[in-house]
Design a protein around this ligand. Structure first.
Ligand SMILES: Cc1cc2nc3c(=O)[nH]c(=O)nc-3n(C[C@H](O)[C@H](O)[C@H](O)COP(=O)(O)OP(=O)(O)OC[C@H]3O[C@@H](n4cnc5c(N)ncnc54)[C@H](O)[C@@H]3O)c2cc1C
Length: 378
């Protein structure tokens, strides 16, 4: 009897197969650094995106999306194609605030289209001067009649500049830190909104956004005025364990490649796996992945049960992403030079794994959160 949720075990094999056979080829055919509309459409057509949303909005979930299911989906997809996985995850991250905090009109306008894979979503929090310190953001929301005009820049925004809809965090009250930020829904074709792609070391669709007096009305406000930080943190909290799940999937794939290679490659009169140093490296990797996986699903279960998940979710994100980095590096080591050939699976993973320890709260930020939770009084 496993501690892992049966929901995960039921979902994983079929979803890995779907990703490998149907979705990964679309990711491979995509222009690196740009959103693949074919891939987004396929995620919709196969009903994968629908799992994030309730039935009344075109989804297939009963009520709010389950953190456990989100983890299972991301683990399965990452084990076959990190690009498929990030495309799916950003669709969720960009649209979850519309579901959580948007009016029913906003939710009806966008969620069914995202669920069908027809609309591409993005989550625009980071700025050139505000990354880990997101409360320092300066994108200005200046009063304009009954609404606002947005002026300033966002950067490192996944799916920018290609998305059809963004959740945008802007400053409605100057000098008020986290308490002066509001969240807005902004269509990608809003007048005054432009952007440019940024090329990363791995093929992640991401870019900048430039707001030149972009008009937003009161109906575009998500949640309350000046309470946008709650929208941002409510979304990031829900997704945090699933970043760990993506890391577990990626690490699992690296381990599988290393196991195969160590079995096939001959040296010193036998397979590499007969060398104790290699075997122990594989054993340590498998042990680390197993511990990370258990932590991830424990965090997801805590979230789904409605408990305080801040500390455990930060632990899951921290531990799983650090484990994945080490395991991928170990897998390259086991492959020798063959692991460094451009396009080799472990070489691709080596590039792809790096961003996980930085986005949605760098490892250092997760440690700060965990330490703060250790000293909570209640
Ligand atoms: C692939 C990718 C996708 C992304 N997608 C999005 C997106 O869709 N939307 C969005 O809004 N943003 C996105 N980001 C941005 C991401 O959230 C930021 O990169 C992240 O928050 C860190 O901010 P920064 O890069 O400005 O680093 P900085 O804040 O400048 O930090 C640099 C380094 O300083 C250290 N550090 C920072 N703070 C602390 C601290 N408190 N204690 C100790 N050390 C610290 C850490 O080592 C950190 O890596 C994405 C980034 C990447 C790489």
């Amino acid at each position: 009897m496993s501690l892992l949720p049966s929901e995960r075990d039921a979902l994983l094999p079929a979803l890995r197969e779907l990703t490998r056979a149907e979705l990964a080829p679309l990711a491979e055919a995509a222009t690196p650094g740009r959103v693949s509309r074919e891939l987004v459409a396929a995620l919709g057509a196969h009903g994968v995106l629908a799992r994030l949303f309730p039935r009344e909005l075109g989804g297939s979930a009963d009520g709010a999306p389950s953190a456990t299911q989100l983890c299972a989906l991301r683990e399965a997809m990452a084990a076959e194609s990190p690009t498929v996985e990030t495309t799916f995850a950003v669709q969720g991250l960009g649209s979850y605030p519309l579901l959580r905090d948007g009016s029913s009109q906003v939710a009806r306008r966008w969620i069914p289209a995202v669920a069908r894979g027809e609309a591409v979503a993005g989550f625009a929090l980071s700025e050139p001067g505000a990354g880990s310190d997101a409360a320092a953001l300066t994108l200005a929301a200046d009063p304009d009649g009954d609404g606002w005009r947005l002026t300033g820049q966002k950067t490192w925004i996944s799916h920018a500049p290609d998305a059809d809809v963004y959740t945008v965090f802007a400053r409605t009250t100057p000098d008020a830190g986290a308490r002066g930020v509001s969240a807005f829904v902004v269509p990608g074709d809003a007048p005054g909104l432009t952007g440019a792609p940024i090329e990363l070391i791995a093929p992640h669709a991401l870019g900048t956004l430039e707001f030149d007096g972009v008009r937003v009305g009161p109906d575009q406000l998500l949640g309350e005025r000046d309470a946008g930080f709650r929208v941002a943190m409510g979304t990031l909290d829900r997704f945090r364990p699933s970043v760990g799940a993506a890391a577990v999937g990626l690490a699992q794939r690296a381990l599988e490649a290393a196991l195969d290679h160590a079995d096939q490659r001959k040296a010193f009169g036998g397979p590499l796996r007969a060398l104790q140093a290699v075997a122990h490296r594989l054993a340590d990797a498998a042990t680390a992945i197993t511990s990370a996986r258990l932590l991830v699903y424990e965090a997801a279960a805590t979230l789904d049960a409605g408990g305080r998940a801040t500390g455990i979710a930060a632990m899951a994100k921290l531990h799983a992403t650090e484990v994945a980095q080490r395991v991928v590096d170990d897998a390259v080591q086991v492959h020798g030079a063959a692991g460094l050939v451009a396009g080799a699976p472990v070489a691709e993973l080596y590039r792809e794994v790096r961003s996980l320890r930085i986005y949605e709260g760098a490892s250092e930020v997760q440690r700060t959160i965990i330490a703060r939770e250790l000293y909570r009084d209640d």
